[in-house]
Design a protein around this ligand. Sequence first.
Ligand SMILES: Nc1ncnc2c1ncn2[C@@H]1O[C@H](COP(=O)(O)OP(=O)(O)OP(=O)(O)O)[C@@H](O)[C@H]1O
Ligand SMILES: Nc1ncnc2c1ncn2[C@@H]1O[C@H](COP(=O)(O)OP(=O)(O)OP(=O)(O)O)[C@@H](O)[C@H]1O
Ligand SMILES: [Mg+2]
Ligand SMILES: [Mg+2]
Lengths: 254, 254
Amino acid sequence: MKKIALVNQKGGVGKTTTAVNLAHFLAMAGHTVLLVDLDPQANASSGLGVRPAEADSGTYRALLDPQSATSCVETTSYPRLSILPATPDLAGATIDLAREPLALARVLESVDQKRDFEYAIIDPPPSLGPLSINALAAADSLVVPVQAEYYALEGIAHLLQSSQRVRQSLNPSLGTLGILMTMVDRRVNLARQVEQNVRDHFRHLVFRTVVPRNTKLSESPSFGAPIGAYAPRTAGAIAYQQLAEEVISRVKAL
Amino acid sequence: MKKIALVNQKGGVGKTTTAVNLAHFLAMAGHTVLLVDLDPQANASSGLGVRPAEADSGTYRALLDPQSATSCVETTSYPRLSILPATPDLAGATIDLAREPLALARVLESVDQKRDFEYAIIDPPPSLGPLSINALAAADSLVVPVQAEYYALEGIAHLLQSSQRVRQSLNPSLGTLGILMTMVDRRVNLARQVEQNVRDHFRHLVFRTVVPRNTKLSESPSFGAPIGAYAPRTAGAIAYQQLAEEVISRVKAL
Ligand SMILES: Nc1ncnc2c1ncn2[C@@H]1O[C@H](COP(=O)(O)OP(=O)(O)OP(=O)(O)O)[C@@H](O)[C@H]1O
Ligand SMILES: Nc1ncnc2c1ncn2[C@@H]1O[C@H](COP(=O)(O)OP(=O)(O)OP(=O)(O)O)[C@@H](O)[C@H]1O
Ligand SMILES: [Mg+2]
Ligand SMILES: [Mg+2]
């Protein structure tokens, strides 16, 4: 099972939008995928139309008892795409998880023994707190969404330092799969400058795929549907399909 | 000193942009203002062109030693506007602050005894972790920026519950000054629907001022300048000036 975490402590850069749509296009391409919603806001869950049945279910229950994790996995209406949904209790778990940085790694190990997922896509909250540290410790690679805005630029170096610390202490096999430019409006000067800046600095680490700012992408969660189901021929859907292809080829090359 | 915290655990909704520009327009209106950057990403600091001198300075040092807080306050190039800048060390402080929910309240008490600020504007990170709990415990009122997007809608109820818990346990005088609609593009259906939804639900709590999506607002931090200095006659500047007037009149009515 390839474990990919979407990380960036800067808020609102497209972590959830990328997690939901990448997971869906990987499933459309024939792969079996588990989406892990690790954010108490549960945006990835609602973005796929999944409202967890009870409060004490999904990712929160799995973290408390990794052996029972498989029973916490729920199906979605999209073939080959399953989910560990988030519940608000997850916010309360951060205190316990501060002392258990490998809780999520144990959950994914337990799921991997019993189920046959080819990919796990992890969507953490916007912070470098216990939930995100768990994501960094459990993942074998990172996708870093970066909004084409000034504030988003400042945070990347800080993030790469934190993942370096996790690599040294908790998870030596953690790599960076790529940096993804999101919400890029090429008509806006600042967006073009930020993209150029990121490509000059991080070179081949930056995906060729660029996700444009596109209203349909922000509308699709209100219908509980990924973009590939809600508006398949729009620029946002085409970009995320291309991203899935690029992720598959980068994973093969690892 | 009126203490106003910008809170919303949803990322990228305009907390920092509102903190910087509200602080600047309050200062332009003749009030003395302290901007407290409580986010380790230090976006509010860089948005005003302030790069903290040493790592161990600003908000982090003030939290460690509230009695010395006044010496951590720095000036900005804008009259009547001072700042407690953030440094990356702040990220390390969250472990200590988990046990000290009133550390920031002590800092602002100490500053209030020695300096004569009429307003303190607090900019926390996107989470309900120790730094944000400190902000809720220290503030006497909240401004909640809400992006006109689907995911942003889901988080408001959760946020108001958390501030209710803080009101009961740590800070009985905490009130909500208002909910501010941000990045509203009235040409987009979803944005109009979300705004209508929020006004129907929260009624008079929602500020009349609406901040439109406007590129100049996202460009101004790259020049280290608030919008009122960078592009004073644009729609974003006019909106934040109106917000300052509305905040002043709501504060008087308290
Ligand atoms: N390419 C895009 N074009 C237009 N809107 C987008 C795009 N990508 C994301 N959005 C919208 O922008 C907002 C922020 O995106 P999203 O919630 O995915 O970011 P996030 O990084 O997961 O946020 P958080 O830090 O709160 O977890 C959402 O309302 C989403 O619908
Ligand atoms: N009205 C607006 N129009 C256009 N862009 C905006 C507007 N308000 C904020 N932005 C831009 O949107 C991004 C998010 O805003 P900002 O950083 O202020 O949000 P935040 O809530 O403080 O984010 P975080 O959750 O990371 O602290 C920034 O790049 C900012 O420049
Ligand atoms: Mg998210
Ligand atoms: Mg901010």
